[in-house]
Design a protein around this ligand. Structure first.
Ligand SMILES: C[S@@+](CC[C@H](N)C(=O)[O-])C[C@H]1O[C@@H](n2cnc3c(N)ncnc32)[C@H](O)[C@@H]1O
Length: 234
């Protein structure tokens, strides 16, 4: 089983903590389990279950994590292994030029759709606050540049689909996205770079009807993943 939140893709710039660790944004750590406070369940009551997927500490103290009920008391690696059994053939990639606060939100949505991988292109450091620790249940790969992303997605057999309202983009709504694909999102502000657009097999845009120029990147990513899921999600 692959370990979640692993790094790949060559030398990267500014994450002092290394792959899979809190990059210093202060929110990657799961809140301490308090058996008397918050959502979730308290200490396990009844005969001690004999199931290697269960975490003895969680059984003893309670499980206050934001997980489905079926994963209550499960060890993190057991949950990841179970998710790995039915990952969607969908990847998402995000260009990270500006420590974009949307990345956490996109990662959380990617977890909800159980994507195969999240690719962060550019700066390794990103704002984990919005991810609400969901990155731990995903395979997050870092890439120094577009070429590294292309190599990884080619190896995985998925085509790159740029999602941005740039010239040349076609409306997303009538498009049937490929079943195996990687949706690529740009940073707040600049959006997708020309190099990234050139690497994409197609470019789609979510049709807007108001006055604002673009959607928030996190919202756009959720719409695009949902669009894919309506056709291919099971
Ligand atoms: C704020 S937008 C970036 C800039 C945008 N290209 C512009 O001209 O204003 C940040 C990212 O959100 C996503 N996004 C925002 N609005 C979108 C739309 N209408 N269609 C597709 N993607 C959108 C894209 O991935 C984009 O790179």
């Amino acid at each position: 089983m692959r370990r979640p939140s692993t790094g790949s893709g060559g030398p990267l710039d500014d994450d002092p903590s290394g792959p899979g660790k809190d990059a210093g944004d202060g929110a990657a750590a799961e809140p301490p389990a308090d058996p008397t406070v918050g959502p979730g369940v308290g200490p396990y009551a009844g005969p001690w279950p004999d199931d290697p997927r269960l975490d003895p500490e969680l059984l003893a103290t309670g499980d206050r994590r934001n997980v489905l009920d079926r994963y209550r008391y499960w060890r993190l690696d057991a949950i990841v292994a179970d998710l790995d059994e039915h990952r969607a053939p969908l990847h998402v990639a995000i260009q990270n030029w500006e420590h974009d606060f949307n990345i956490g939100s996109i990662v959380r949505t990617a977890n909800a759709f159980n994507v195969s991988a999240v690719h962060i292109v550019g700066r390794r450091r990103w704002n984990r606050r919005g991810a609400m620790v969901t990155d731990r249940y995903l395979h997050v790969e870092h890439h120094a540049d577009v070429a590294s992303l292309v190599a990884a997605t080619t190896a995985a057999g998925v085509s790159l689909v740029g999602v941005d309202n740039l010239p040349g983009a076609v409306p997303l709504e009538p498009v049937e996205l490929p079943r195996s694909c990687c949706l690529v999102f740009g940073s707040e502000g600049p959006g997708l770079t020309e190099e990234m657009v050139a690497a994409c097999e197609r470019l789609v845009a979510i049709t807007q009807h108001g006055s604002t120029r673009s959607l928030n990147a996190g919202a756009a990513a959720a719409i695009a993943m949902y669009h894919w899921s309506r056709r291919w999600g099971s």
